[in-house]
Design a protein around this ligand. Structure first.
Ligand code: 5AD
Ligand code: SF4
Length: 438
């Protein structure tokens, strides 16, 4: 029997998909690339923006034909999209050929439900409203053998006013440090070189413990693992990025000099409306302290344009922040109205055309800054973890610097998974090019 997992959305979802794949292999299924070859297809969904939901609906619609050709095919739709009120029922009505629906808190039930579905005729829906216990020891089929994702906490308590995540991923729950350390120890023994610690807001790790043990403490512990070369983490909330954390990172050996700090907007008025809990001044202070303690730091961000009520002046404040901070890169999004969130009810929604206009201005500005920053790296030497062949140029290899910049260079297969030193020869907006130092 063959299976395929199709993933939409963020890194948390990608990692959930590794667990879904792990469970499928445990019950004897083999992975395939093409939906036509599969006996079971699992679509792991995202709902953070409407565009993702539209793509998912399109993808599911296309599976109808396959199901007609192969009635034994089991189609499962899982994850965030289904966790919204009424979404599972709506999906089954619209796409009755879907066999199983699983909410974010139910994915561990996949093997059981597949076997129940095989014995029955009805579509099965399992969407728990509450989180339940953290499931340890689930099988994981990792996507590569160099970098691994490790969940350190689930859920989000922030309720930023635009964001659906707290509604679909539940409240914050931290995994015990021992469980995390054990997983990372195994990864090191298996030859993984880099771990990415995952959570919606890693900076609130441990706040749900009775004993005092926070994210900085966790990083300090993970940093001691001799087999792992690089540690990254995702995502940070600027409000909770403590001085202790900056200090810990500056002293650590393996935690990379890359800070992803989503600012979301540059205007204090909009930040307040977003319920972000910091002002632009507080953000500037944090950036300053990072740059002082970690001089090589790269800083990237997420920005939303067209939040309800965003005026030209508010948008000008966002552009001003971009110019002042000079981000290495920014992931920019059009505000998307998510039903059930406080911002969806705000009256002054910005027209689509205006949002697009602002996004283009923002991207043009950021791209020119990214390129200027990259150009300053020409002539320097960077440590690169080689990940594989480059997607764009066949004979070239690709890897990342500790600051998370992609570097492309001529190399050979034996370098994959190794740290090499590269002379940076030229810079583009999204990557660097260089030559390995022999
Ligand atoms: N509309 C647009 N972008 C959003 N994000 C989260 N919710 C929305 C929304 N409703 C963006 C934020 C977040 C990133 C993962 O997605 O910038 O940091
Ligand atoms: Fe959403 Fe805000 Fe939580 Fe990030 S921190 S997942 S933007 S609610």
């Amino acid at each position: 029997m063959k299976y395929l997992v199709k993933t939409f959305g963020c890194q948390m979802n990608e990692h959930d998909s590794e667990i879904l794949a792990g469970m499928m292999e445990q019950i004897g299924y083999e992975q395939v690339e093409r939906p036509e070859d599969a006996d079971a297809i699992i679509i792991n969904t995202c709902c953070v923006r409407e565009s993702a939901e539209n793509r998912i609906i399109g993808y599911i619609g296309n599976l109808k034909k396959l199901k007609e050709q192969n009635p034994g095919l089991i189609i499962t739709v899982s994850g965030c999209m289904l966790q919204q009120p009424g979404a599972a029922e709506k999906l089954i009505k619209r796409a009755p050929f879907v066999d199983l629906v699983l909410g974010t808190h139910n994915i561990h039930r996949l093997p059981q439900l597949i076997s129940e579905r095989q014995g029955g005729n009805e579509s099965l829906i399992e969407v728990a409203e509450t989180e339940g216990d953290i499931q340890e020891e689930l099988p994981v089929k990792r996507q590569g053998n160099i970098k691994a994702q490790v969940t350190i906490m689930y859920g989000c308590n922030n309720f930023c006013s635009y964001c659906i995540v707290p509604f679909v991923r539940g409240r914050e729950r931290s995994r015990k440090p021992e469980a995390i350390e054990k997983e990372i120890k195994c990864l090191g023994a298996e030859g993984f070189k880099e771990v990415l610690l995952l959570g919606q807001n890693v900076n609130s790790y441990g706040l749900d413990f009775t004993e005092a043990f926070d994210f900085a403490d966790l990083l300090e512990r993970v940093d001691r693992n001799p087999d792992i070369e690089r540690i990254r983490y995702m995502t940070s909330h600027p409000r909770d990025f403590t001085q202790k954390l900056v200090d810990t990172i500056s002293k650590s050996q393996k935690v990379c000099e890359h800070f992803h700090l989503p600012i979301q907007a540059g205007s204090n008025r909009i930040l307040k409306q977003m319920n972000r809990g910091y002002s632009r001044e507080m953000y500037f202070e944090l950036v300053e302290s990072i740059r002082e303690k970690v001089p090589k730091a790269s800083i990237t961000t997420d920005i939303i344009v067209g939040f309800p009520g965003e005026t030209d002046d508010d948008f000008a404040d966002t552009l001003d922040v971009i110019k002042r901070v000079r981000f290495d890169a920014a992931y920019t999004f059009l505000y998307s109205r998510r039903s059930g969130t406080p911002a969806a009810k705000m009256s002054e929604q910005v027209p689509a055309e205006e949002k697009k206009r602002r996004l283009q201005i923002l991207m043009d500005l950021e791209n020119s800054i990214s390129r200027e920053i990259n150009e300053k790296l020409v002539g320097t030497r960077e440590e690169v973890l080689v990940e594989g062949t480059s997607k764009t140029k066949d004979i070239m290899f690709s890897g990342r610097t500790r600051t998370n910049k992609i570097v492309i260079f001529p190399g050979n297969e034996s370098m994959i998974g190794k740290l090499v030193n590269v002379n940076i020869m030229s810079a583009k907006t999204w990557h660097l090019e260089g030559q390995i130092i022999k």
